[in-house]
Design a protein around this ligand. Sequence first.
Ligand code: TXD
Length: 310
Amino acid sequence: MPKVTIFGAGNVGATCAHVLAQRDIADVCLIDIVEGMPQGKALDIRQAGPLQDFGVEVTGSNDYAACKDSDVVVVTAGLARKPGMDRMELLGKNTNIVAGIAKAIRENAPGAVIVMVTNPLDVMTYVAWKVSGFPRERVVGMAGVLDSARFRAFIAMELGVSVVDVSAMVLGGHGDTMVPLPRFSTVNGVSIKELMSPEAIQRLSDRTRKGGAEIVNLLKTGSAFYAPGTSSAQMAEAIVKDRNHVLPASVWLQGEYGLRDVFCGVPVVLGKGGMKRIVDLRLDDAEKAMLVKSADDVRKGQTEVAGFLS
Ligand code: TXD
């Protein structure tokens, strides 16, 4: 049985663990610094096994070395902003957390594929890549899968059609400058441009860009986790099962889309060993300009964290 380790047994990490277990995809190891919590959640998920008909092993640990020999490591560990903490302070703290985890992965699971989830997503993926020293194929960030799922859900809600018929593509960094691509979004092969007014498409694109904030405002404490946890599980499944799934992921670009030395969300083929190839879509000028702007934002973040890493 393959092994997936999840750092951070909070809302997103525990949801991801449950989804992976439910589908009998892999043995799952949850790691967190809070004593007893990952062990307790692991046991709880295991006890859902007889009810949901799954039998994979689910374990919890406070020891980073428990990620030993994992095929995939999902990283959701991090701190949320506390009152009085500025953005840079949070960035420094999360950089330290992710760097410590990346080092442990390098030592204990040198063949793993890392799926980053912690925010700011693209910048934290850069930290994991830098510190692990892994080839770019084995360090991917989860954001596009979630952002596209949100866009798909909104399109289905608007048109009153089944979500399973809706495909959508959202590229760019995980932030306000993400790039929903209506031209590559379809309902059973029919472009949404044929099915919706330009105003409706704009409205749904904007709602997608602010999808995370919409949920934070409703929850008041904490952020979204069902769809983010399931998105992370989908990426882990694609890798473990070598599915060659085409989905957007944040990867280290080396000239693709005219972008270099930056982590940014683009469509990739995801399977055994991680990112197998980048799918180079032909973007029009407006789409390209939005992607460049989004990548510029990530680049600024990469420069900021470089200070914490040296
Ligand atoms: O699309 C995306 N990429 C995202 C990202 C979508 C949703 C959430 N996104 C980010 O994921 C979010 O902004 C956070 O940075 C992470 C995790 O979100 P979650 O909602 O799960 O946060 P929690 O519930 O606070 O969980 C974080 C856990 C918590 O249990 C801490 O104890 C643990 O991380 N933690 C650690 N674990 C291991 N090692 C260290 N050092 C550590 N520090 C904190």
